[in-house]
Design a protein. Sequence first.
Length: 243
Amino acid sequence: MIQVWSCGGGVQSAAIAALIIQGRLPKPDYSIIVDTERELSTTWEYYDAVLRPELERVGVQLERVSKSRYATADLYSTDDENLLVPVFFAPDGKHPGFCSNEWKRRVIMRHCRALGIERCENWVGISTDEMRRVRTGPPKWFQVRYPLIFDVPMSRGACVELVKRMGWTSAPRSSCFMCPHHTDHEWRIMPLSDFAKAVELERELHRTRPDLFLHCERKPLDQVNFDDRQAAREGCQTGFCFT
């Protein structure tokens, strides 16, 4: 069975990279990180500084594949009606969008087909404390494998410690700059260039849907006060994002 690693670029992916380098996981046949073209800049800094060069030392090439090569939808679904980003809308609603399926999972599947892969196991970096995220099912040719659950069981905390023992800097949480699941702390510490992109994307949405917002306060991002009380708000709890 061909082994394809879907690297997200974050904490668990850094742990998988470490396990491969240590020989505790086999080298995958293909290692791929999908560029949603809206990823936080910190993800690519870590990719260039740590993941790519460290994996190259053991003969593993971590290929960066751009979303635009294969995606058939961007902010909206192919019918131009359903927004893929899970935004908040006034006065108190939340849109259950799911962008990562179009921007990541289907992109990597199409890339695998372009490589001539007819059947594979796809490695996903979900740790033991995230069992609720485990999914099985179709398509049969693209089966999911969870190396941090069934091969080398590790919690997220154990992943962090493993990366430290490798002597690497801590991996950033992988996400898109405009993700509505950010905590207020994450919005606050985000690089200014990424925050500006999120503000501009929200303004783009407002040209046709002024009732849609990227923050739960349902006001424009550049008007939100990210104070200490807000910082206690929980972040991503959906468990469905493919990053």
